[in-house]
Design a protein around this ligand. Structure first.
Ligand SMILES: [Zn+2]
Length: 121
């Protein structure tokens, strides 16, 4: 797996800070989510969203997904990082400095370095 930090930060924020999503963001991500949204075309995602919710809120959904799913996810990520800069913790490996899976990870998925009682912030 390639280390694409931009993409990884998006996944990290959306996964670990799900409680900071707005109602609409959370609903859209819930429908298109499950880690496979990167392979869905925007039109397919919209159809899926519409199928699940009927036609309620189409304009909001259209606006949210107008630039594609990845852009939508990055916009949500940036909003959360900006709005909750004190709460969001991008935890990094103490050895290789790459992004960890979660703020509480005790092992690096990249260099396999592990640690237990040390919390690195
Ligand atoms: Zn590491």
């Amino acid at each position: 797996m390639d280390y694409n930090e931009d993409h990884l930060i998006t996944e990290y924020i959306l996964k670990n800070y799900r409680h900071l999503l707005s109602g609409l963001e959370g609903r859209i991500l819930h429908v298109i989510g499950h880690g496979r949204s990167d392979i869905l075309e925007t039109d397919a995602a919209k159809k899926k969203v519409e199928r699940v919710w009927g036609h309620v809120g189409d304009e909001e959904i259209d606006a949210a997904l107008a630039d594609g799913i990845e852009v939508f996810k990055k916009r949500v990520r940036d909003r959360i990082i900006n709005d909750y800069s004190k709460e969001v913790n991008l935890a990094r490996c103490p050895k290789c400095k790459k992004l960890l899976r979660t703020p509480r990870s005790r092992q690096c998925r990249w260099c396999k370095c592990g640690w237990h009682l040390t919390i690195v912030r």
